[in-house]
Design a protein around this ligand. Structure first.
Ligand code: AMP
Ligand code: ZN
Ligand code: FE
Ligand code: FE
Length: 291
């Protein structure tokens, strides 16, 4: 039998991707992917639509979410996989984070206004379509209006860390983020660790701390990881008894170089990796039930 492939990190119009949840699943079906985790930033609002499309088209949909937390060297991203259908505490915290996003987005528009670029918040909301709104949506408005010549320039001049309109986002601590999703029953994976600009030795400080809080895996396979990065992550996971996850971080046309299931061309996440994550979850559930 042909090996089958999966993608455990994707975004939709529920946050800053450009495919609706059902479009994303339709593309996954056309690519014959066995499973897709939908992992929008700070929202679960795309999951029901994705699941319904998955049932219809024969694609296994894993309910997920990507959460940013404040690390010593900048943002750390965490993926929650197999989130429960209902979790009051998780949903309340995500709603709080989205409210912070709105305050911050309005703050950035105020700064832009002071620089002579007057964008009403409604225009950003219209661009966003979903419930999780962020800098990529503001960048698209700036591009559409011709204020900047490219998406990258919107970040360079205005929205990036050194940009003139940048406002930082208040984020949970790494432990809080891991606990929030782990306690709801999700498997938590450390997303694209090698994108953090930190000394490699720092991972031996942060990963055991996160494991203590409930971390279950490391995203070794990602569009922006080289094969050297993958090896580093595989060894890191082995050192701390963690599982491995992998996904493209597909955003549709918002990240033009990144293809669903294939990343920048060489990414392949096998169904075997997904099966290994599932049996790890079952083992942990069983261990939990026995104690
Ligand atoms: P936010 O969640 O609102 O802080 O926006 C973060 C998103 O903006 C990231 O996931 C990236 O997709 C995008 N982003 C951040 N920095 C840059 C940059 N320098 N150039 C292009 N996109 C960026
Ligand atoms: Zn994103
Ligand atoms: Fe991320
Ligand atoms: Fe992502």
């Amino acid at each position: 039998m042909q090996p089958r492939f999966v993608d455990l990190h994707t975004h939709t119009t529920a946050s800053d991707g450009t495919d609706s949840p059902s479009e994303l699943i339709r593309k996954a079906a056309a690519l014959k992917l066995a499973a897709v985790a939908v992992t929008d930033h700070d929202t679960l609002s795309g999951l029901d639509e994705a699941e319904a499309a998955g049932k219809e088209l024969g694609v296994e949909v894993i309910r997920g979410c990507e959460l940013g937390v404040q690390g010593k060297y900048g943002e750390i991203h965490l993926l929650g996989l197999w989130l429960p259908r209902r979790s009051a505490s998780l949903e309340a915290e995500l709603a709080r984070l989205r409210l912070h996003r709105e305050e911050r987005n309005r703050g950035m528009l105020e700064r832009l206004r002071a620089l002579g670029v007057d964008i009403p918040y409604e225009e950003v909301l219209a661009e966003a379509k979903g419930e999780s709104v962020g800098r990529p949506h503001i960048a698209r408005v700036l591009l559409k209006r011709g204020v900047v010549g490219s998406f990258a320039q919107a970040f360079e001049l205005y929205l990036g860390y050194y940009g003139a309109a940048y406002v930082p986002r208040r984020l949970p601590t790494p432990e809080e983020g891991v606990r929030l999703m782990a306690e709801s029953g999700a498997l938590v994976s450390f997303a694209h660790p090698m994108l953090i600009r930190c000394p490699p030795a720092w991972f031996d400080e942060i990963v055991p701390r996160l494991k203590e809080a409930g971390l279950g895996a490391i995203e070794a396979y990602h569009s922006e990881h080289s094969s050297r990065d993958e090896r580093f992550c595989v060894e890191l996971a082995a050192r701390y008894g963690l599982g491995l996850s992998g996904g493209s971080d597909y955003h549709g046309t918002a990240k033009p170089g990144v293809r669903l299931g294939r990343g920048k061309g060489s990414l392949r996440v096998t169904e075997a990796l997904l099966e290994a994550l599932k049996s790890r979850r079952e083992r942990l559930d069983k261990a939990g039930a026995d104690t």
